[in-house]
Structure formats: structure tokens, C-alpha cells
Write a protein that binds this ligand. Structure first.
Ligand code: PLP
Length: 395
């Protein structure tokens, strides 16, 4: 038996299981590094999707570079894995400072926060002072998404910034924005326009602060679609795309990747056939795939996921996950249900390409690694989930 044959195979896994094609994730990470170089900006990859130290290392070209995270659990996990420069890019709730201070102290990491209200700055300044801990703070800018942030011309931009600078325990990191509405772009032209609006809002806010006398070290923008569409990022210092490491059907529908770039898929097993509903039943339902409708809304033929054979070569035309329940998925067969029943008997493994991989991957605690069309598992990578800090083993 050769060493390769001694590796476990997909058949050895309990399904549903999350697979990661290393060829694809390496290629996606190299593509974004090259893109950042062309655009003349630093890459601060957002690890909210991958939630894995090993993928973070790939994203930064083999080193533990500056990263972005979205939960206390992620901040702690990445700090425990040696990452030292972490932007926690979800508006900070002041009470989270206690956990973040403990992480900074314990791991020697530096955590940057984001704020968009004067009240928050005052609260975190007080807590940071009481804890005798310093934090760098970004002011979040709304570049059109209407989620977090102040608009560049808002008078509060100056007040928030002044309050950061006046606090002995806070330092101004700069301005940060995320054009999440890029996901609603109808076509490439609109995507390019949203990327430019994202850049323009961030640099305009930075210019306003600079002309008021503030030093603005970082101007941070980014979503995967805008970074892959931007024609210029003049004035921007760093970008924070995240979903590109894995990609998904929604990104493919947006035209920023192809189906062959999708690196994460869910391995599932056929558990039955229902001739009345003409569905093949699988053991990957809403919890394993998510009920995200992003790509589904763009293209009903996508359903809750496209179906590939276990070697990942596909998708198989005419098959899609049409309905999901907690643990059941239902595959619709466009033509020839009887044929599909024979072709995919109970016990058959299939791979599902996810609609929105941020939602799908979050349900799993590890990646099983494969390369190309091989069905051998060449390793396992852990990943973090949930929200709470305090789970990393006490040193
Ligand atoms: N920055 C922030 C603040 C975000 O919320 C997100 C995603 O939600 C990103 C960056 C990464 O964008 P994407 O998921 O398009 O890669």
C-alpha cells in the first residue's frame, strides 16, 4: 500500500463534513495578494469566513500578518495562534473591552476597535483607563451600505475623533468602511461604481480629519467584490476582503469568481428518495448548508446549493438542493427522477457548493483537506466558532 493510499478517504468521514480544496484556497489567496500589490495597498484579510489560523497564514503568504476578525472568540483564537495585529471590525460594545484587554495582556496582541458614536468612545475611554490598557480605534464610515458608520460630512466625525485623541488610553488608528451593499450590484459597472464610492467616502473622511489637524495613519476599505472590481484605491492604505479565500455561489453569481474557485464544500450522504415529491434526500440541511438565499435569489436554479460528485468535479447538471430542514436537504432532479434514484442510491456521497460560505462554514469546527479531484483526506485544520472568549487553554 503506498503512503497516499494509506490516507483516509472521504468514505471515512461522518457527514455532513466541511471539505477544503487546498489547491483552490491557495490559488484564491495568491490571487488576492497579487491584487493588493497591483492596487498598492496592504492586505489585512478578514478571517470571519475562514475562521482558521492556517488559512490566515495562507492569506498572508505564509506569515502571521495583520488580520481582521469579527467576534471575541476569533480575536482570542487568532491571538492564541500568534497573530499580533488584529482589527476587531464590528462596532464595539464597551463591556467587551474587559475580554479584549485580557487577550491583549495575555498574548501580547494589539487589538484595534471600531466606533461610530461619541457615547461609545467615552465609555471605552473610561474602561480602558480603569484597566490601564491601550487600544487603537478606527472611526467607522458609512460609504453607502447604511449599516454602521458616520457619513464623511457628519459633524460627529470630528467629535468622535477628538474624543479618541483626547483619551490617554485610546489612539486614532484611522477610518474604516465596508461597502456591504456591493452584494446588491446588478452588474460589473455598478460594482466598479460602488468600489469607487467606498474608496471616495473613506478618503474624503480621512482628508476632512487631516485638514482638522488629526493624524490619520490608516484608511481601510473592503469587501471581496469591491476589491476585485476597484479600478483605483488611491488614498487607501489597507483592504479587508474575506470571503475570497473560500468563495461561494453568491460570489460566482456576482461574477467575481468561477465555480472552479469555490474551495469549501459540504460532503453529504444520500439518505433516501421520495418518488411523491421527486426528491433525493441528503443529510445536509439548513444547519449544515445555511438557509442563506443570496445566490438562490439571483438564480433559482442554484437553490440552497449545487451538487457535485464526491471528487468535486462538477456541478452535476439538473441537480440542486431545493429545500432544507434542520438536518434534511432535498435535492430536486430536473429530469429523470427514476434514473437519479438508481444513479445515487442511499449511501452515495455528494458534495454541495454553498450559497454563502460565511454562513455555511460557521457551523463546522474543522476542515477536512483535499486537493483537486482526489478523495483522499490529506489533513484536518481546526477553526473557531461561536462568540465567547475564554476558551483558549489557560497558559
Ligand atoms: N470588513 C467588514 C467590516 C465586514 O463586515 C466584512 C464582511 O462582512 C468584510 C470586511 C469582508 O468582506 P467580504 O465578506 O465581502 O470579503
Amino acid at each position: 500500500m503506498s503512503p497516499t493510499n494509506a490516507l483516509p478517504g472521504l468514505q471515512d468521514l461522518t457527514t455532513p463534513a466541511l471539505l477544503l480544496d487546498l489547491d483552490r484556497v491557495e490559488r484564491n489567496c495568491a490571487r488576492m495578494r497579487a491584487r493588493a500589490t497591483i492596487l498598492g495597498v496592504a492586505l489585512r484579510p478578514h478571517l470571519k469566513t475562514a475562521k482558521s489560523s492556517e488559512i490566515g497564514r495562507l492569506a498572508s503568504g505564509g506569515v502571521l500578518g495583520p488580520i481582521t476578525a469579527s467576534t471575541l472568540a476569533e480575536v482570542e483564537y487568532f491571538a492564541a495562534h500568534g497573530y499580533r495585529d488584529i482589527t476587531y471590525a464590528v462596532g464595539i460594545a464597551p463591556q467587551k473591552l474587559y475580554a479584549l484587554a485580557a487577550i491583549q495582556e495575555r498574548f501580547g496582541a494589539s487589538v484595534s476597535l471600531i466606533v461610530d458614536e461619541l457615547y461609545t468612545v467615552r465609555e471605552i475611554a473610561t474602561i480602558a483607563e480603569a484597566l490601564q490598557q491601550s487600544f487603537r480605534v478606527f472611526v467607522e464610515i458609512d460609504s453607502g451600505g447604511g449599516r454602521g458608520g458616520v457619513v464623511p460630512e457628519d459633524p460627529e466625525l470630528l467629535d468622535i475623533t477628538a474624543a479618541i485623541v483626547e483619551s490617554p488610553r485610546l489612539g486614532l488608528a484611522g477610518v474604516l468602511t465596508h461597502a456591504g451593499h456591493s452584494y446588491g450590484a446588478a452588474d460589473r459597472k455598478e460594482m466598479v461604481a460602488i468600489a469607487e464610492a467606498e474608496r471616495e467616502a473613506a478618503t474624503r473622511a480621512a482628508a476632512r480629519l487631516r485638514s482638522a489637524g488629526f493624524t490619520v495613519p490608516f484608511v481601510s476599505v473592503g469587501s471581496t467584490p469591491t476589491i476585485l472590481s476597484a479600478e483605483s484605491l488611491e488614498g487607501v492604505t489597507d483592504v479587508r476582503p474575506g470571503v475570497y479565500m473560500l468563495f461561494d455561489l453568491d460570489q460566482a453569481a456576482l461574477g467575481v469568481c468561477s465555480l472552479d474557485d469555490i474551495a469549501a464544500s459540504v460532503l453529504t450522504t444520500v439518505i433516501g428518495h421520495n418518488p411523491r415529491s421527486q426528491r433525493i434526500l441528503i443529510d445536509a440541511g439548513g444547519l449544515a448548508l445555511s438557509k442563506d438565499l443570496s445566490a438562490f435569489k439571483r438564480d433559482p436554479h442554484v437553490g440552497y446549493g449545487l451538487v457535485c460528485p464526491p471528487n468535486g468535479v462538477g456541478p452535476i447538471s439538473g441537480l440542486r438542493v431545493a429545500e432544507v430542514y434542520q438536518e434534511h436537504g432535498m435535492i430536486a432532479v430536473e429530469n429523470g427522477f427514476e434514473f437519479a434514484t438508481e444513479r445515487y442510491p442511499v449511501g452515495t456521497q455528494l458534495r454541495i457548493l454553498p450559497n454563502h460560505v460565511c454562513m455555511t462554514a460557521a457551523a463546522f469546527d474543522r476542515y477536512h483537506l483535499v486537493r483537486g479531484d482526489s478523495q483522499r483526506i490529506i489533513g484536518t485544520w481546526d477553526k473557531i466558532g461561536g462568540w465567547t472568549a475564554g476558551r483558549e487553554a489557560r497558559a
